[in-house]
Design a protein around this ligand. Sequence first.
Ligand SMILES: Cc1ncc(COP(=O)(O)O)c(C=O)c1O
Length: 306
Amino acid sequence: MSHVGARPVPVDVRHDGNIDPDRIAAAVTRRTRAIVPVHLFGHLADMEAILDVASRFGLPVVEDAAQAHGAERLGRRAGSFGTLSAFSFYPTKNLGALGDGGAVCTSDAMLAAAVRSLRNYGSATKNRHDVLGHNSRLDDLQAAFLSVKLPGLDAANDSRRNLAGRYHDVFSALPGFACPGPGDNSMVWHQFVLRSDARDSLQARLALEGVGTAIHYPVAPFDQPCYAASYDSAQFPIASELASTVISLPMADYLTELEICHVLQAGIRAASQGWLGLIRKYPNRVACDRPVCGFPLLEEFVIPFG
Ligand SMILES: Cc1ncc(COP(=O)(O)O)c(C=O)c1O
């Protein structure tokens, strides 16, 4: 946005990190050109409400679907709601290449032609440059990797949903966390993000147990140095709160049972009070038959936490 000379106008989010549609109308002025919702963490933004506001003001919607490949609501997938949508194929994304890549989607033929030209030095015809463009073509090798991986996207998202369900069962029963989920097909769990007032000590504690976590994101865009003095962070209290409380657990379609159990047990230990009730409630969900968490019975389960 900034690179084309537009001014991003942030709108505060809901606690799931997605834009709050109820706040969009107040941010619209006669200079507004588009609404750009991000489907953060792989969760579809409230597109019905956003499209409603957009049609009220006659504005196009440009979806940032970089984290939401395959997320679906009422038969429509992320990237198919807006006039334009953008996907990232950065390696860690739900559909990731082995290097950088991305795609723009649209059903509008004129916009498609414009984007094709922009990615190729602003050239639709060889040696003729109608507009200033970029070198932003998808590399052939990356396209080939993506073609191989694309048919597995839904299965990979199912694995992520399954893992999110297991995290939800455990962490929603523990004290000290606000836990997302359990979720439906509108969520493809690019990240599984807990909230905790003791986020930093929780992260340190999990690190001691060998569980890597990440903070998405410690500094909100309106607080970044490149936008210094452009925004008043007091206008975005929820986004600011999220920046200091979120913590992302390991999330991928390839985590092993052993690794998943290890994360669950480390989380239970971190939240030490509360574990007994949890084990009573979910003896079979927390336990599994592998060595790292092979404590299927309550009595046996007590041992590592005593
Ligand atoms: C929500 C979101 N938007 C945009 C991007 C940028 O994607 P890329 O790095 O492929 O340009 C990312 C990548 O991390 C992202 O997560």
